[in-house]
Write a protein that binds this ligand. Structure first.
Ligand code: GLN
Length: 310
């Protein structure tokens, strides 16, 4: 897949131009002021490849709230700690429902469909938290992300985390429901406090693309998890990473990807590259509207879909 690539910089510049000219940019998340106040007109994209300089365009150096993209990193920690025992607490099937839905959790008795919807991510975080403190867990998460990205400056925005705690009624409901089924092992305020802080990690596209290199599985990429685990995490990103829009993302982009309500998307080209795109306006699934369009354009241009060339 890597040979005969067109030069990436002109492609990213062109994609950025198109995104900047778009007058239908989606809607920013408005449940907390820190996200509602983000300028809708921003767009950034970055591509990291093992051993090569990161290529970027637009607002690729502007930090944003990675939100649910953090679920990928916490999943890697949880699998490192529990291995396959994690699957006794959370499934690996697409949910077909929105990221914060209660519906299936009730029908399926507190066993969340996958680690990327909120209920599943709360369980995943709870599993990593067990036996340690929120501070230690978040320290471990930041160490992992910083090691993956090769960047010690990556941090958590406390104000975002506090706003999430003040408004996260649905997440509290999910956590208490999990607890009622014995699928939460720590007090809900500790699991959720940790979860809200992980969502409040702030990164730029360039940092996020670099952090994604651990999932590329090629020589020169950071070896933080085994090849077998990379394959499984990528499979979950493909099937579940965009909630009820996962099928649409696979259809249009054809790569494993994880979105966040801050407008970021991390996508992996297995064996080749990690791509981060950010534009804060969301589509009706809660995934970045222009980010998805840009990824579709990029993978079509370069032939990077895992399902074959366009
Ligand atoms: N912090 C958000 C929440 O828990 C994350 C959701 C998302 O990015 N989709 O509701």
């Amino acid at each position: 897949m890597a040979e005969a690539l067109p030069p990436l910089q002109p492609v990213l510049d062109e994609i950025t131009e198109i995104a900047r000219a778009s007058d239908d940019r989606g809607k920013v998340a408005d449940y907390i002021p820190e996200l509602a106040d983000v300028d809708l007109n921003q767009f950034g994209i970055a591509i990291a490849r093992p051993g090569l300089p990161t290529v970027m365009a637009g607002d690729a150096q502007v930090p944003f709230s990675i939100q649910s993209v953090s679920k990928v990193f916490m999943l890697a920690l949880a699998l490192g700690k529990l291995g396959d025992r994690l699957w006794s607490r959370v499934g690996r099937e697409p949910s077909g429902h929105s990221f914060d839905s209660m519906l299936l959790l009730e029908l399926e008795k507190g066993y969340p469909r996958n680690p990327f919807i909120n209920a599943g991510a709360i369980v995943t975080t709870d599993a990593v938290l067990q036996g340690s403190s929120p501070r230690e867990t978040l320290g471990a998460l930041l160490r992992f992300i910083r090691a993956a990205a090769g960047d010690e400056a990556i941090h958590i925005n406390d104000r975002v985390a506090r706003s999430e705690i003040a408004t996260g009624h649905r997440n509290f409901a999910l956590a208490h429901y999990l607890l009622s089924h014995g699928n939460l092992k720590n007090p809900p305020e500790l699991s959720l406090g940790t979860y809200f802080h992980q969502c409040a990690v702030e990164m730029t596209c360039a940092q996020l693309a670099n952090a994604g290199l651990f999932l590329v599985g090629a020589p020169g990429a950071p070896r933080l998890v085994s090849r077998a685990r990379i394959r499984r995490i990528n499979a979950l990103m493909m099937t579940c990473g965009h909630y009820d829009g996962s099928g649409d993302y696979a259809f249009r982009v054809g790569l494993p990807g994880k979105s966040g309500v801050g407008g970021g998307i991390l996508s992996i080209v297995p064996g080749v590259a990690a791509i981060a795109v950010w534009s804060p306006g969301l589509n009706h699934y809660g995934n970045s509207k222009l980010g998805t369009e840009a990824m579709e354009r990029l993978t079509t241009r370069i032939g990077w879909s895992v399902f074959g060339p366009a």
